[in-house]
Ligand binder design. Structure first.
Ligand SMILES: [Fe+2]
Ligand SMILES: [Fe+2]
Length: 300
């Protein structure tokens, strides 16, 4: 039960925010006249904002220090990125959630509490309901965009990418609700999943940077190549070689986190020319930090 409570809350802290931001990126990417799509994206954004608020309330004293310190829940740039993105998109962003997250204490105070377990079960069910709808909405957008009936500033690959992230969230919560363990034999699959996500981030970044940012475009291309090779190697090699591959992935991802942190600093500091929203830069940094924590945990 202890594991059920902490893992649920840690998952919502990371993915609840990710979903809220996906909805914001979708909302900001539609033409001004697409009111039905804008309103629907806005609805999911506010629903996941509520989920995140409730998670923060329940998480104080009940989540792990490694998660809070990993930079996957918030980074040093998050509040700034939220304020700037709110100003630029005219979409209100409640950065008090981030401020509250910064004050969260680690621990396992009420983890054995039956009332707490009930609250978590209700929260998980609510999230599963929202996720079903959000995934359908994203799939509908992808379908309309790829059949040229709808325009958005987001790449079709980005929409596919955020569908896969939402499905992973759904899978984790479903597993928790079935009282099953998240087994480590899935690690190979997890690594393949996140290596692809990391590769695609590099491809998005290179495509959203101003063409004059040659050096950054080149570095982004290099990371896309690195992750592409890691994916290929994993496909070719057998399990015995996996440890070496995980080490290589860990080294690449450490450097990648530094690159993304520098990028987020540059974008929030207005030192980089691009069409990247500050919050998108911080978002992909947090996803890399999340992956880095998983990789380190696996190495222990
Ligand atoms: Fe994402
Ligand atoms: Fe992503």
């Amino acid at each position: 039960m202890k594991k059920y409570i902490t893992t649920s809350l840690e998952t919502h802290l990371f993915f609840g925010r990710i979903m809220k931001e996906h909805a914001l990126f979708l909302q900001a990417g539609f033409p001004a006249g697409e009111m039905a799509y804008i309103n629907k994206a806005n609805w999911y954004r506010t629903e996941f904002e509520k989920v995140l608020w409730q998670t923060v309330r329940l998480a104080d004293g009940t989540v792990g220090k490694d998660v809070l310190c990993s930079g996957e829940v918030f980074t040093e740039f998050t509040v700034m990125a939220e304020q700037q993105t709110g100003r630029l998109t005219k979409i209100p962003i409640d950065f008090r959630i981030t401020q509250a997250e910064k004050k969260l204490q680690a621990g396992c105070g009420e983890c054995g509490d039956g009332r707490m377990a009930l609250q978590i079960r209700q929260l998980n069910q609510r999230v599963l309901g929202l996720l079903r709808g959000l995934i359908m909405f994203k799939e509908q957008i992808l379908q309309q965009v790829t059949s040229c009936r709808l325009f958005t500033a987001n790449y079709p690959l980005l929409i596919e990418h955020i569908i896969r992230e939402a499905k992973l969230y759904q899978q984790i919560i479903t597993t928790l609700e079935k009282n099953q363990c998240i087994s480590s034999e899935n690690m190979l699959k997890t690594e393949q999943f996140w290596n692809q996500i990391m590769m695609e981030h590099a491809l998005f970044i290179r495509g959203l940077l101003d063409p004059t940012e040659c050096e950054l475009v080149e570095t982004a291309d290099k990371f896309a190549g690195d992750y592409c090779r890691l994916l290929e190697e994993a496909r070719q090699q057998d399990c015995r070689a996996m440890n070496g591959l995980t080490r290589k992935t860990l080294e690449t991802t450490k450097k990648y986190c530094d690159f993304k942190a520098a990028g987020t600093k540059g974008i929030t500091g207005c030192d980089i020319r691009s069409i990247i929203l500050p919050l998108l830069a911080d978002h992909v940094l947090r996803e890399a930090n999340h992956y880095l924590r998983i990789l380190k945990q696996e190495g222990e």
